[in-house]
Design a protein around this ligand. Structure first.
Ligand code: C2E
Ligand code: CA
Ligand code: CA
Ligand code: CA
Length: 279
């Protein structure tokens, strides 16, 4: 059956319009998300690959929308960034995650790290370092247990200002991770210039690890780089045993992914995995 070009054009216009309306509604609703207690953090374990021990968690934001159910971050974080709402939302995330980590710390047992995602807009905000300082003070969390995950997009800004801010964060004692490593600008000079502690190998390199010699080579090179520069390395998006074996053969220290645990609410995050053996 042959569709006319015109028909297709109209269909496209229609759906485009609808999705724009949807976006507008979501944007309006997002204003109530914080006040309305609709935001929640899920926690996904990060494990030591040789032992399977959980060494920490990454906090991942969830929006329980009253009408739509769970809205994934990919659908609302861009809106929060455009509107500037990412600043108060990010402040809430940092407070909530540090509070949760401190709660786990007080329960005793091995120290567990907490990773928090920081978007570029949030990082650039003048009050960001203060927000982190305040969250640490309020929670009482050992600053060394907090890792801030930034992407390379943060680092392409005015290098001097970025370096100054990263230094102030390091002075607080927190650790810095480069998220989605390998997908951005990946200028290796960043690793020399900025005080990075952790590389997170993007899922796209891990997906075909067991079958692709090219991806194996790339992941192997990143792991080697981490060892040379004394950086922690976490492989993201690990879903099956073949990937675990491939990562083990490359001596990758840490992994994260559905194979080890999906993101879960705090009350459920500790169940299932072996929580032992510090970081
Ligand atoms: P990200 O920081 O790269 O987080 C990893 C994403 O991969 C999460 O998606 C996680 O649920 C998903 N994931 C983990 N393991 C697997 C796996 O084995 N297979 C697959 N298919 N996916 C896996 P999520 O939670 O939907 O978050 C998406 C992105 O939204 C995050 O990517 C991060 O960039 C952003 N984000 C999430 N929470 C926050 C937050 O609190 N603040 C900011 N600024 N961004 C956030
Ligand atoms: Ca992340
Ligand atoms: Ca990532
Ligand atoms: Ca990502």
């Amino acid at each position: 059956a042959k569709t006319s070009g015109k028909g297709r054009y109209e269909v496209f216009q229609g759906s485009h319009h609808a999705s724009q309306l949807e976006t507008e509604r979501l944007r309006a609703d997002l204003h109530h998300a914080l006040d309305g207690d609709q935001l929640e953090l899920y926690y996904q374990p990060i494990v030591r690959l040789t032992t399977g021990d959980v060494v920490g968690f990454e906090a991942l934001l969830r929006w329980n929308h009253p009408g739509r159910g769970l809205v994934p971050p990919a659908d609302f974080i861009p809106l929060a960034e455009e509107s500037g709402l990412i600043v108060p939302i990010g402040r809430w995330v940092t407070r909530e995650a540090t509070r949760q980590a401190a709660r786990w710390q007080r329960r005793g047992g091995p120290a567990l790290r907490m990773s928090v995602n920081v978007s570029a807009q949030q990082f650039q905000h003048p009050g960001f370092v203060w927000d982190v300082t305040e969250a640490l003070e309020r929670s009482g969390l050992d600053p060394h247990l907090l890792t801030l995950e930034i992407t390379e997009s943060v680092l392409v800004d005015d290098a001097q200002r970025v370096a100054g801010k990263l230094r102030r964060l390091k002075e607080l004692g927190v650790r810095l991770a480069l998220d989605d490593f390998g997908t951005g600008y990946s200028s290796l000079s960043y690793l020399r210039r900025f005080p990075i502690d952790v590389l997170k190998i993007d899922k796209s390199f891990v997906d075909d690890l067991a079958v692709s010699p090219e991806d194996r080579a790339v992941v192997g090179a990143i792991i080697q780089l981490g060892r040379t520069l004394d950086l922690q390395v976490v492989a993201e998006g690990v879903e099956d045993d073949a990937q675990v074996r491939a990562l083990a053969s490359l001596s990758c220290p840490l992994g994260q992914g559905y194979r080890f645990g999906r993101p879960r609410p705090a009350s459920e995050a500790m169940a299932g995995g072996t929580v032992a053996g510090g970081a």
